[in-house]
Design a protein around this ligand. Structure first.
Ligand code: HEC
Ligand code: HEC
Ligand code: HEC
Ligand code: HEC
Ligand code: HEC
Ligand code: HEC
Ligand code: HEC
Length: 398
């Protein structure tokens, strides 16, 4: 028997043409989409825990998480407000003529291309919008597998539509390639894998109606459902705590999605352009991270340095640089002579601007270089100027 098709008939009609068209697979953009084996624990459908399962006992965390980038990193276009930004927008060629246009019809985002009569339905939008949002066009291929196209156009936090990172110029391409980058079945499962609570797959098809969008509690707190049940039953507390992991295990846990250094293969160089994209990879190369065991903080405790030193995973990143500088000074505390302090800048300056700079990626995005190190001598004068000019500006990271 043929596998069950989970998308509505109307959508099938819209998408049907896709399978018949020739599709030249373009060269894969850098490492972002490198095939990473799906993590088993990400694919177990029965153990998802969302805020609803925890609200009764952890109200604050649940409320915080529900508005965080993690919780909002994937949406159905049919959910309220998710695709409104695209409705009525066009994307123009250099002569100002629209190539692509989007409209919301009966709650479904539809895409048209000026050279094609058909429209394409888009059911999913990736990204919370804090940095970027990219539509994904999904369908079932001839082998009955879920595959997708990552759309060539994205919405950026500044309220503009622009080329998706590494797909600049694609809208001008011929044929179907104009819509974006083809993603194989495995890649498509991985996309959903890193952006949702679970991705049930049956006979090669993602069960889209069962996908729980957003990085849900159980993605980081394994066995959270059992914990919740135990607590309801009045049994003793039992849930693996992050602080019981070694720093390396801890950053690798985040690296399940943010990428681990052992996944990139080969020797890493500080000037590798993809490094800033993958925070755990960069951080794990830093002397600060590698040699943390040798440091005691001024109050006598063994220092601990992982993602959680600077980030609350239940909330958006903190752009106040003073928050991050306090972390540096926990170890690089000149009063205590624990470690060398900066030979170039004073202690009340923005260490981040020089030692963890924001690196541009494409026209609209920046990523933070998490490999803490001595900056290039060449860039010091420029950095110093930018840091000094910040002293009159609000304490946010540029
Ligand atoms: C019936 C109440 C109850 C429910 C439901 C519940 N918890 Fe808890 N949880 C507790 C109590 C009590 C503690 C221990 C005190 C504390 O840290 O708040 C705790 C602690 C935790 C901790 C901290 C563990 C540590 O040592 O650092 C995490 C993480 C956690 N819960 C996650 C969850 C998640 C995720 C859910 C939803 C799937 C959930 N809890 C549901 C009662 C509950
Ligand atoms: C299941 C996959 C997954 C795991 C596990 C995960 N993240 Fe994320 N994280 C994401 C995705 C996806 C985004 C992009 C959110 C968006 O769309 O803005 C993100 C975004 C972030 C951001 C950026 C927030 C902002 O305001 O821009 C930080 C910081 C972050 N994660 C830290 C962590 C830390 C720390 C851990 C480990 C405790 C972790 N993440 C674990 C998937 C994950
Ligand atoms: C291995 C896990 C993983 C896979 C696979 C993955 N992502 Fe992500 N994605 C992340 C993480 C982590 C972030 C946040 C940090 C960043 O931006 O790289 C993110 C961020 C994003 C963002 C927000 C914009 C941005 O650049 O911050 C979009 C949009 C996105 N991903 C789309 C996709 C699509 C579409 C696919 C499949 C083609 C995909 N992702 C595959 C982990 C993943
Ligand atoms: C991206 C990973 C991630 C997600 C998603 C996540 N947590 Fe956490 N959570 C952590 C980490 C890491 C810690 C440990 C924080 C620390 O030690 O500073 C933590 C700590 C906690 C704690 C104990 C400390 C506290 O802040 O009270 C509770 C309770 C908790 N989480 C509940 C939840 C619930 C409920 C959800 C879903 C609504 C959730 N978490 C989603 C990573 C996550
Ligand atoms: C010493 C402090 C510090 C540590 C440790 C740290 N970060 Fe960051 N991170 C920052 C700063 C500063 C920014 C830029 C401001 C913001 O968005 O929060 C940032 C931004 C991010 C972003 C948003 C995208 C970007 O590149 O700007 C992600 C995702 C992220 N961090 C993930 C992680 C993960 C995962 C870890 C652990 C491997 C980690 N960070 C450890 C300071 C830190
Ligand atoms: C957990 C403690 C700890 C924290 C937090 C920390 N460092 Fe370090 N840092 C170290 C140690 C240990 C070394 C290695 C010193 C040595 O090799 O003698 C180091 C080395 C450095 C170096 C020299 C690197 C090199 O390759 O020579 C710089 C620069 C630096 N840290 C800056 C920072 C900045 C900026 C921050 C905050 C964003 C920070 N550190 C946070 C412990 C820490
Ligand atoms: C204007 C840019 C700038 C700022 C701001 C800055 N640094 Fe530096 N820092 C440098 C440069 C450049 C070097 C390398 C000097 C060298 O190689 O001789 C350096 C070196 C260091 C070292 C290694 C010192 C040694 O001799 O081993 C540490 C540790 C350090 N910085 C920490 C910090 C901390 C902590 C802050 C924030 C309080 C900070 N830096 C702010 C530019 C800066």
């Amino acid at each position: 028997m043929k596998q069950r098709v989970t998308i509505p008939i109307a959508l099938m009609a819209l998408l049907g043409g896709l399978t018949l068209l020739p599709f030249t697979q373009r060269e894969e953009p850098a490492l972002r989409h490198q095939l990473i084996p799906p993590r088993e624990f990400l694919l177990v459908p029965t153990l998802v825990a969302t805020g609803d399962d925890c609200l009764e006992c952890h109200q604050n965390v649940c409320e915080q998480h529900s508005v965080s980038p993690h919780a909002n990193t994937l949406k159905r276009t049919s959910s309220p407000g998710a695709a409104e930004f695209f409705d009525g927008q066009n994307w123009n060629d250099s002569a100002g003529q629209p190539i692509l246009s989007w409209s919301l019809q009966e709650g479904i985002l539809q895409l048209s291309h000026r050279e094609h009569e058909r429209r394409w339905a888009i059911e999913w939008i990736f990204g919370s919008g804090r940095h970027a949002q990219t539509p994904l066009i999904t369908w079932t291929n001839q082998d009955g597998q879920s595959v997708s196209i990552e759309h060539c156009a994205s919405a950026y936090g500044q309220g503009v539509i622009g080329a998706t990172l590494e797909m600049e110029g694609l809208a001008d391409a011929d044929g179907m390639a104009a819509l974006g980058g083809f993603r194989s079945h495995e890649q498509t499962v991985n996309c959903f894998g890193c952006h949702s609570g679970s991705v049930p797959v049956q006979n090669g098809q993602i069960q889209f109606d069962q996908v729980v969008p957003g990085v849900q509690c159980s993605r980081c707190h394994q066995d959270a459902q059992q914990h919740a049940q135990r607590m309801r039953d009045g049994l003793p507390l039992q849930i693996p705590a992050f602080r019981s992991l070694t720093p390396e295990e801890s950053i690798n846990r985040c690296g399940e999605c943010h990428r681990r250094s052992d996944e990139l293969g080969g020797q890493l160089r500080p000037d590798d352009p993809i490094l800033p994209r993958f925070a755990p990879v960069g951080l794990s190369q830093s002397a600060c991270f590698q040699k943390q065991a040798s440091v005691r903080t001024s109050d006598g405790h063994a220092a601990r340095f992982d993602c959680l030193s600077c980030h609350d995973p239940h909330a958006a990143g903190i752009t106040d640089w003073q928050h991050h500088v306090r972390v540096c000074l926990d170890c690089h505390d000149p009063q205590e002579a624990n470690l060398h302090s900066c030979s170039v800048a004073a202690q009340d300056t923005n260490c981040i601007a020089c030692h963890m700079p924001a690196v541009p990626a494409g026209e609209h995005l920046k990523f933070t270089d998490h490999w803490i190190r001595r900056p290039d001598q060449d860039s010091v004068a420029e950095l110093l100027k930018s840091v000094l000019s910040q002293s009159e500006q609000p304490a946010t990271i540029p």
